[in-house]
Design a binder for this molecule. Structure first.
Ligand code: ATP
Ligand code: MG
Length: 456
């Protein structure tokens, strides 16, 4: 295996000082997979205080766990003393971290075989648990007895699913059975740790399959979603129950966290809104609102960052609204929500459609494509749909004698709408003349009161 120069330099420095040192964990796994590791973790026989003494600029970032951050050739590395872990009475933290002199025990405490490999400075891989073989076969397997390992630290349950989702791997049989059996222990794990793993799981290339394969584990952290499983829709647009539709929608969406979360939660209110009409067709009136409420609870409990949570809720709110391939409509929506939300909204609608009955998909997808093309054209042509693009500013209006205050903003908004509607060109002189015309023709101060244009 190949080590970057910085890493082998740091290993050499530790070895020269008389310690054993290896690259370990995720970086070895990713290198063997031919992926670029996110970071290189170092394991060493040196005690934290010895690392601190050897590298004067080192920072004791996780001293309780034996971790010191060493900046080597401008790059930070986490250097952790070989350690073993004793009993875990709370299913979360080891009661005691014990430093050990050699690598073996350190590898044995790691979660999965593919994460329990180390690499020497000369590039030789140390693999005591068959990690390489499991990597080759795409298998997530616990090091040691899976039930025991999940009882020690229940977060590993979710990590197993995260690696399966992100790498397209399968869980080995005993690991899979233990994941299911131990799932209730996830209630002992802090929301932040759950979120850190779950958010990555959800963006994995195989997230849909993992959700479909381990619904009970997902419901252990998101009990609000439980009623979706097996909930039949009795509607020609849907050939799957609500949970299967949800999994398919996640699968069909781009791996963007806001969109994936929106897909996961967009229909969670459906079971609470079900009605059956005289013809035996199922309806879910008001489900977007109900989903919004439940999703809010879920997002708060998971401690999802506020801006992301708000975005997800907005997308859920919008998911069932129709979209129109009409230039004016597109410009108004672009102006109202902004470009990013607008395209995420289309992405949500596309994924939702792709998870519905096949027969209804073609016209809906065609409509979405047209809407997208219309929006792209608006952007490409630099057409005006927002205040930012308007050829006049608040200052221009003040100079025209409009009194300072909320009126200025309202008038600018009016002008944007007039430009979108093609009433006036987005050109400074024309817009200023238009404002003057407005004040004479309506007899009112522009920006105040009545709307001089129909259909707005
Ligand atoms: P990523 O590349 O996504 O960061 P990673 O495997 O490096 O994946 P980390 O959370 O950074 O994941 O953990 C680094 C290493 O520490 C893992 O490879 C694994 O060996 C070990 N590890 C992490 N969390 C646990 C855990 N909960 N139980 C046992 N070992 C763990
Ligand atoms: Mg890592």
């Amino acid at each position: 295996m190949f080590l970057p120069v910085g890493v082998s330099g740091l290993l050499e420095a530790l070895e020269t000082a008389g310690f054993a040192a290896y690259a370990v964990g995720g970086c070895v796994r990713d290198s063997l997979l031919g992926r670029v590791p996110q970071d290189w973790d170092i394991a060493t026989s040196a005690r934290p205080e010895e690392v601190l003494a050897r590298f004067p600029h080192a920072i004791p970032t996780g001293i309780a766990h034996g971790t010191v951050t060493v900046v080597w050739e401008g790059e930070p590395f986490e250097v952790t003393t070989f350690r073993a872990e004793s009993a875990y009475t709370d299913h979360r933290h080891p009661d005691q971290v014990r430093f050990v002199p050699d690598l073996e025990a350190d590898l044995a405490r790691r979660d999965f075989t593919v994460n329990a490999m180390a690499c020497r400075r000369d590039g030789q891989v140390i693999d005591r648990f068959g990690g390489r073989e499991d990597l080759k076969n795409g298998i997530i397997r616990c090091v040691g007895d899976p039930g025991e390992r999940f009882r020690e630290d229940a977060l590993r349950i979710l990590r197993a699913l995260r690696f399966a989702a992100c790498y397209g791997f399968r869980l080995e049989e005993k690991t899979s059975a233990a994941v299911l059996e131990s799932r209730e222990l996830l209630c002992y794990v802090a929301a932040e740790r759950i979120w850190a793993e779950f958010s990555r799981l959800l963006c994995g290339i195989d997230a849909g399959r993992v959700l479909r394969e381990f619904p009970q584990v997902i419901f252990a952290i998101l009990p609000e979603l439980f009623p979706m499983e097996g909930f039949l829709q009795y509607n020609p647009h849907h050939d799957r129950d609500v949970w299967e539709h949800t999994c398919a929608a996640v699968e069909a969406s781009s791996p963007e966290l806001a969109v994936r979360l929106a897909m996961l939660l967009h229909d969670c209110g459906k079971p609470g809104c079900f009605t059956l009409d005289g013809e035996g067709t199922g309806h879910f009136y008001g489900h977007a609102q109900k989903s919004l409420e439940l999703a809010g609870t879920v997002l708060r409990r998971l401690r999802v960052p506020r801006l992301l949570g708000e975005r997800v809720l907005l997308l859920i709110h919008l998911h069932d609204r129709p979209v129109f391939p009409e230039e004016r409509w597109v410009k108004r929506q672009l102006g109202r929500w902004g470009e990013e939300v607008f395209f995420q909204w289309l992405a949500v609608k596309e994924a939702d459609t792709l998870a519905q009955a096949l027969a209804f998909q073609p016209p809906r997808l065609a409509n979405l494509r047209e809407v997208e093309a219309a929006a792209q054209a608006v952007l490409r042509e630099g057409q005006c749909f927002s205040l930012k693009q308007l050829a006049v500013t608040g200052c221009d209006l003040l100079q025209l004698g409009i009194p300072q205050g909320p009126q200025v903003g309202a008038l600018l908004e009016q002008l944007v709408q007039a430009v979108i509607d093609g009433q006036v060109e987005n050109q400074k002189e024309t817009l200023l003349a238009y404002v003057a015309f407005l004040s004479t023709s309506t007899g009112e101060e522009p920006g105040k009161g009545g709307n001089p244009w129909p259909n707005m």
